[in-house]
Design a binder for this molecule. Structure first.
Ligand code: ADP
Ligand code: MG
Length: 222
């Protein structure tokens, strides 16, 4: 049966680490990707699900927020780090899924001097808005250099004095001679919804949100 795209709910999920934890939750909520989703040879970017009205797109974490904010996808799963960095007014994040837990921190070379209270600092990060806001709160003007990965290399090679990055165990930092000096925020994955789609669809999106909310509530109580 051919479906008009306008009737289809597009559910955006990230390619990276959240995926393994998100799939069981989505399955429990009645949204299971078709077999080709798991076929590593497939070049497909959009996938059918067990719900004939729901299609999944698998994109980079930051792009999940972009698709949902613009209404190109109606619902998605993304880390709160991404939501905080973009600060899109069109994103509604009604459910903390409790997965993908980590923190966003400042790290510096072991033995480096503490951050000066006044002055200028160079930061390598994937989160320039969050980093700038954090340091501005301390009266420090942060010059942010945007990197998309391997932030730990920046202090080693003199690109920046500090990094702002995600930390879970701290193992990667330690292996690269860095220490965590400040925590900006705790991070977990959220269900995100496009505000306009939430209000204007026929109730399917609010119902979907409630299914996730009920699941997470049950997990938390277990
Ligand atoms: P990408 O390479 O597309 O940026 P990642 O897999 O690196 O994707 O990260 C995607 C999301 O996973 C992040 O935005 C964050 O919310 C979460 N995440 C990243 N690193 C960790 C980690 N060490 N522990 C738990 N969650 C993480
Ligand atoms: Mg990555």
């Amino acid at each position: 049966m051919a479906l008009a795209m306008s009737d289809t709910i597009i559910f955006a999920i990230p390619k990276g680490r959240i995926l393994d934890e998100a799939l069981p939750l989505m399955k429990a909520a009645g949204i299971e990707p078709a077999a080709d989703f798991f076929d590593e040879a497939s070049r497909a970017l959009m996938f059918a699900t067990t719900d004939p009205w729901v299609k999944i797109i698998r994109v980079r974490a930051f792009d999940v927020a972009t698709f949902v904010a613009h209404g190109a996808a109606q619902i998605g799963i993304v880390g709160s780090d991404v939501i905080d960095e973009f600060d899109y007014s069109e994103l509604y994040a009604p459910v903390d899924l409790g997965i993908g837990q980590c923190r966003i921190s400042v790290a510096m070379p072991e033995g480096a001097t503490q951050i000066p209270h006044i002055g200028h600092l160079r930061i390598a990060t994937k989160y320039p808005a969050l980093a700038r806001r954090h340091f501005a709160g301390q009266g420090i003007q942060a010059e942010c250099i945007k990197l998309n990965g391997a932030m730990e290399l920046a202090p080693l090679l003199g690109l920046s004095g500090r990094i702002v990055d995600l930390v879970s165990t701290g193992k990667t930092l330690a292996e690269n001679g860095l220490v965590e000096s400040e925590i900006l925020a705790q991070v977990s994955a959220r269900l995100i919804v496009n505000r306009a789609a939430f209000k204007t669809t026929d109730g399917r999106i609010p119902a979907m949100v409630e299914r996730f909310r009920a699941l997470v509530g049950r997990h938390a109580a277990a």
